[in-house]
Write a protein that binds this ligand. Structure first.
Ligand code: PMP
Length: 352
């Protein structure tokens, strides 16, 4: 604490990112990265972009990437916004679209960056409890509010909402912005992007960090009708008018266009998730149904903190969260088959 701090800094409760350890020989299953890395075509495009052109500023409008994303959905590039990771896209979204007189609604168990942004930008919020099965119930959002944000699939539960429920939510709040954070949608969720042309109040946010294997590059995007995108552009241009650098732009376009790599590797993650879920159940875990690149699981008798510590001492990193209903849960990212085998062998040893 310092007398030099702006008043808002005193009230911030910063988000704590998952650990990026310096140790080697670990199974790193704690931050939902893609175990297979990015498309080789993305790496090639980045290498090619390492040139004398780096003396020039990047395209402040990220035109090429917006056009590539828009084309996949039959949209116009002006309906796409690019940011430095979806965290930055979300930060701009909170400031540009979610700060109203009435409170912003989001689930009580969700991406823990949401309350952090609210404190940063002075946004009132109300948390809506998940139901007994840890699901989002759209009927619970039938209350007056300034806006709504939900991840689909939710994090850290991994549970996906059917697109019909998302559409109900968007239709029932025609005067509020509804933001769907689809960081994990490619692993079995249903994207709301096809609804964007139909609903002027819908904004969908996605990332290159998970299904495209490019967490280190930092690229995210939002899709929505022009007035919503324009609000994000105004905030961006008042903050940093270059959303991503030249290398990132080149890599992201190539990654987006390598459809074959994307399809093959997301299928691998989904298959490994199925196998891991069954094996965890056999070891006495309750495993929530996941549509993401992680599983959220609780052991029937052994506390989560003990399991996490014992896994760590065996070189296996997973993530835990605080909160009455979830502190015994482990969030386990889907790794390679070898990493999952290492986790299962460690658990077998611990629980024996
Ligand atoms: N939304 C959710 C629900 C997430 O879990 C994450 C990853 N921590 C993000 C957004 C941000 O991802 P990134 O900034 O890497 O795009």
């Amino acid at each position: 604490m310092s007398r030099f701090w702006s008043p808002v800094v005193h009230s911030l409760i910063p988000y704590v990112a998952g650990e990026q350890p310096a140790m080697s020989d670990i199974a790193k299953l704690n931050t939902n990265e893609n175990p297979y890395g990015p498309s080789p075509l993305a790496l090639e495009a980045i290498s090619k972009a390492v040139s004398d052109t780096l003396r020039l500023y990047p395209d402040p409008t990220a035109r090429g990437l917006r056009a590539a994303i828009a084309a996949s959905y039959g949209l116009d590039k002006d309906e796409v916004f690019i940011g430095n990771g979806s965290d930055e896209v979300l930060a701009h979204t909170f400031q540009a679209l979610l700060n109203h007189e009435e409170p912003l609604l989001f689930p009580d168990i969700t991406y823990s960056f949401y309350p952090t942004y609210c404190r940063l930008y002075g946004i009132e919020f109300r948390e809506v409890a998940l139901d007994a099965r840890m699901r989002v119930r759209v009927a619970d959002y039938r209350q007056s509010c300034g806006a709504i944000i939900l991840p689909n699939p939710n994090a850290p539960t991994g549970i996906g909402l059917p697109i019909a429920d998302i559409e109900t939510l968007v239709r029932e709040h025609p005067e509020q912005v509804v933001v769907i954070d689809e960081a994990y949608v490619d692993f079995g969720g249903e994207s709301a992007i096809p609804l964007v042309r139909k609903y002027r109040n819908l904004l969908v946010v996605q990332t290159f960090s998970k299904s495209r294997g490019l967490a280190g590059l930092r690229v995210g995007f939002a899709v929505g009708q022009r007035p919503l995108i324009e609000a994000l552009e105004r905030v961006k241009d008042s903050f940093n008018s270059y959303p991503i650098d030249r290398l990132t732009l080149a890599g992201a376009i190539a990654a987006w266009e390598d459809r074959d790599w994307f399809e093959r590797h997301r299928a691998l993650v989904i298959a490994t998730r199925g196998r891991l879920g069954i094996a965890l159940q056999a070891l006495g875990f309750v495993v929530l149904p996941s549509s993401a690149n992680f599983v959220f699981a609780r052991h029937a008798s052994k506390p989560g903190a003990d399991l996490a510590a014992e896994l760590r001492s065996r070189g296996v990193l997973i993530r835990r969260f605080s909160g009455a209903r979830i502190s015994d849960f482990l969030r386990i990212s889907i790794g390679t088959d070898a990493e999952c085998d290492r986790l299962l062998a460690a658990l077998d040893d611990i629980l024996r």
